[in-house]
Ligand binder design. Sequence first.
Ligand SMILES: Nc1nc2c(ncn2[C@@H]2O[C@H](COP(=O)(O)OP(=O)(O)O)[C@@H](O)[C@H]2O)c(=O)[nH]1
Ligand SMILES: [Mg+2]
Length: 242
Amino acid sequence: MSNPFLSIVIPAHNEENRLPPSLAKIDAFLQAQPFEAEVIIVENGSGDRTYEVAHDCARRYACVRVLQTPDSLRGKGLAVKHGMLAATGDWRFICDADLSMRISDLTRFLPPESDGYDIVIASREAPGSENVDEPKYRHFMGRVANFIIKIAAISDYEDTQCGFKMFSGAVAEDLFAVQRMRGIGFDVELLFVAKRRGYAVKEVPITWYHDPYSTMRLWNDSINLLRELWEIRRNWRQGVYG
Ligand SMILES: Nc1nc2c(ncn2[C@@H]2O[C@H](COP(=O)(O)OP(=O)(O)O)[C@@H](O)[C@H]2O)c(=O)[nH]1
Ligand SMILES: [Mg+2]
């Protein structure tokens, strides 16, 4: 297959249970679309059979392939960068393994809806969005994180952290080449650099179905996010992003 229209990049860490049902939904959706697509699973740092399960899925679905980051250290940012730069689609979509939005909503991130935009991000806070089954404490933590992100790095968005983001191929090549953050600060970093580059970003309100299983480590990931926010500012001052 040469240069598909769409690449879906799925970061996967300890996802042996959630990957198979999500890939079944994604494959069924893609089968019904008029365009070519590839799905790239990027695993790292798992303590379970995620990598083997991903390969089982790749054998079942022709559009799926599996990558691992070189040093097998964990990190969502590391995995997404690896997958996005390996992808060749005209449009490239980051997609959490739990698929906590309706797969049919994917068309809202593609032309004609994305016409005139370089990046289309899902938002759980924009008018028209909905949170299904999200516990109050999780929502509160998300709001605190957003408050800190606004002060420290970028104040344009109510939700930088949602795991569904579309990039045009050219913009993905540009942004992911300079992305440095290995953890969950990578979304902020991408949007921070995108703003400085003048890329046009669209927010799409989505219905979010909360999945109680989480690969996040509350304390570690929060501390890492703070550190990465600081690193983003330092990198910018030092001209790292060009
Ligand atoms: N490759 C990789 N993926 C990760 C890592 N941490 C989280 N992810 C993926 O990031 C996505 C979001 O994680 P999830 O546990 O759903 O986060 P939550 O929705 O915020 O609770 C999932 O696809 C995870 O497998 C990591 O260290 N490496
Ligand atoms: Mg999730």
